[in-house]
Design a binder for this molecule. Structure first.
Ligand SMILES: [Zn+2]
Length: 223
């Protein structure tokens, strides 16, 4: 997997210091500054400690199977902002290289929030996943994607077969979810994580027609 993060600290310098401090017990393979400088911190064949408790496609030891890239950005706690062009350019080059060398499939190019929806928001809704996908990196709706206008709007507290189908589709993409047919808090968090990645203009945990259609579309994609 390729797992993307934001640093979530006031400055890149502070984040770099923390990632290099053994006492902090966190690390990542790479850090990319907002000006595009790339810091290689952990050799790719070594395990880094960036995912924490996480899950994707039946796997839980995400640190053992992923390359972690930290993007310098203050994050939601310190003034979340867009990822500047030099940083995106640097990321695109590095990510393309990592994905090709490790043959990482599109459905395993992810954000931290995808694998830990209850704890993490990074890299967040200002991260340009569409642009990554346009460069051949990561999952994105196909050009023939259409919104099913007949789908019911599903939200917290509801239950029934349509909720079950939604949960099954989210699980098929990789999210940690079971088909309970009840739109419980875990389901809501998975929908929020999905929106943060694939529907960035609406992050409310409600599976309206566009969000639900996107979920079913991506669950049914060609492997
Ligand atoms: Zn993270």
């Amino acid at each position: 997997m390729l797992l993307l993060h934001y640093t979530g600290m006031p400055t890149g310098r502070a984040a770099l210091a923390r990632l290099c401090d053994p006492a902090a017990r966190v690390s990542a393979h790479y850090l990319i500054e907002e000006d595009g400088r790339i810091f290689a911190l952990v050799a790719e064949e070594r395990r880094a400690w960036h995912a924490g408790q996480a899950y994707w496609q039946q796997a839980t030891d995400i640190n053992a199977r992923s390359i972690g890239i930290e993007l310098v950005n203050p994050g939601h706690d310190w003034g979340y902002r867009r990822f500047p062009e030099p940083q995106m350019q640097a990321l695109l080059g590095l990510a393309r290289d990592v994905v090709q060398r490790h043959r990482i499939p599109a459905d395993r190019v992810l954000g931290h929030s995808d694998v830990a929806p209850g704890r993490k928001q990074d890299p967040g809704e200002l991260f340009d996943w569409r642009r990554l996908a346009a460069a051949g990196l990561g999952l994105w709706p196909a050009s023939d994607f259409v919104i099913s206008v007949h789908a019911p709007v599903l939200a917290a507290g509801m239950s029934g077969p349509a909720v079950f189908d939604l949960q099954t589709a989210l699980a098929a993409i990789g999210y940690h979810l079971e088909g309970t047919a009840s739109f419980d808090p875990v389901t809501e968090l998975a929908v929020i994580a999905f929106q943060r990645h694939f529907r960035q203009n609406r992050i409310d945990g409600v599976a309206d027609q566009e969000t639900a259609s996107l979920i079913h579309h991506l669950a049914l994609r060609e492997a």
